[in-house]
Ligand binder design. Structure first.
Ligand code: SF4
Length: 263
């Protein structure tokens, strides 16, 4: 393998393997990667226009039974600090968001054992009836997998019901690292990597726009990072031509390695 050849192939939009990605990650310079990244960006979005959206993170509930090792947000059912956000609290948050020029709620929460599809359908309908212009970027593959399991349903049925209730797009939350060696160690209670990707495939089939994430810098190897990218790319390649699929990729560095000492 040679850095120059791989960068040339990247510029030609050839699909590199995970191993080739690791080689580039370890052997090429940041400037070279930035150059190729910029060229690819100009190919896909050939102008100087960059867009963004102002949104607010809000949590549905902190009750969760997934027990992710890195999470200090969740509380077990029955804990004295457990909560489910009320409509009055949502109204306050949404109106503050609108006042500051925001237009979207990024709505996520724990895997509450008692909150099934009916709860989220009713919530989304109520928020949309109160604020028809509000964009709901809500839940994520692990929550969809959790609701699907509670309902003994399918990803497609759950997603369709949520879209009918007002879901506008699906965040790529909870991807962490898609490799199951890593997931078993840090987030065993969440859906596995295959299911995370299957939820996204189902969303794309329904023309629901999504994003993708990666939480990196903890116990994963460079190869597991690159395999994560390859698997996302495979799902994006399968999206229908008239679907956007993954519209954004959000990498998040793990803030500290300390929590992993509990593994
Ligand atoms: S799924 Fe994991 S990260 Fe999300 S709230 Fe539950 S424990 Fe925390």
């Amino acid at each position: 393998m040679h850095v120059h050849d791989l960068l040339q192939r990247g510029l030609q939009r050839d699909h590199l393997t995970a191993e080739e990605g690791v080689f580039l990650f370890e052997q090429s310079s940041t400037a070279e990667l930035m150059y190729v990244g910029h060229q690819l960006r100009m190919h896909h979005v050939p102008n100087d226009v960059v867009t963004w959206i102002i949104d607010r993170n809000s949590n549905t509930t902190n009750v969760c039974v997934a027990n992710c090792k890195f999470c200090n947000f969740y509380r077990r059912p029955g804990h004295e600090e457990a909560y489910i956000t009320t409509i009055e609290e949502y109204k306050q948050k949404i109106e503050e968001t609108f006042r500051l020029g925001g237009e979207q709620l990024l709505l996520q929460g724990g895997h509450h054992p008692d909150l099934g599809l009916d709860y989220y359908v009713k919530l989304f309908k109520e928020l949309k009836s109160l604020y028809p212009n509000l964009k709901l970027h809500a839940l994520g593959p692990p929550e969809i997998a959790h609701i699907t399991k509670l309902e003994k349903s399918t990803h497609t049925e759950v997603l369709q019901a949520l879209m009918d209730a007002g879901l506008d797009s699906l965040p790529g939350a909870g991807a962490e690292i898609l490799d199951d060696r890593v997931r078993r160690l840090i987030s065993k209670g969440k859906c596995n990597g295959d299911e995370w990707l299957a939820v996204m495939e189902a969303a794309h089939q329904l023309r629901l726009t999504t994003s993708a994430t990666m939480m990196f810098g903890h116990i994963e190897t460079n190869l597991e990072r690159m395999e994560h990218f390859v698997r996302l790319r495979e799902v994006q390649d399968k999206k229908p031509a008239d679907a956007k699929g993954f519209l954004a990729f959000i990498p998040g560095p793990s803030r500290t390695k300390t929590p992993y000492s509990r593994i």
